[in-house]
Design a protein around this ligand. Sequence first.
Ligand SMILES: [Zn+2]
Length: 119
Amino acid sequence: MNSTFEIKSINDLFILLIDLDKGKSVTNDARRVVGVLRKIIPGGIGSRKIYYKDSYGRFDQINVKDGKFCGFSPCTKSQQSKIAELPASGDCLACGEYDEFFINGLCRECDENHGSLIL
Ligand SMILES: [Zn+2]
C-alpha cells in the first residue's frame, strides 16, 4: 500500500508534508511521493525544499534533483522547532491563491468546492 500524506503548506520556498501513518511510511515511499508532488504542483517542484514530518514526529528533508528523489537530509535541532511552528498555509494547488486556511494543499474555497485531495 502506498503512503498517505497531507500537504500542510506549500509556497515558493518549501513544501511541508505530514505522514498520516497509513500504508507505507513517506520515508519508504519517497520516490513516489516526489512523483506525486511533481504532478500536482503547477510548474513542478522547482527549487522548493521538501520537508516532512515522519510518524515519530521528526522532520526531515527529502532531497530532489531535477525533479527526482535523491535521498534525505536530517533537519537540525533548530529546523525541527522552526518547522513545527509553521502554520498550515500556502498557495492553493487548484487556484494558486494564497490562503492562511490551508487544507491539504487547497485553499478553503477550493476545498469546499472540490473536496479534499486524496494523496
Ligand atoms: Zn484554491
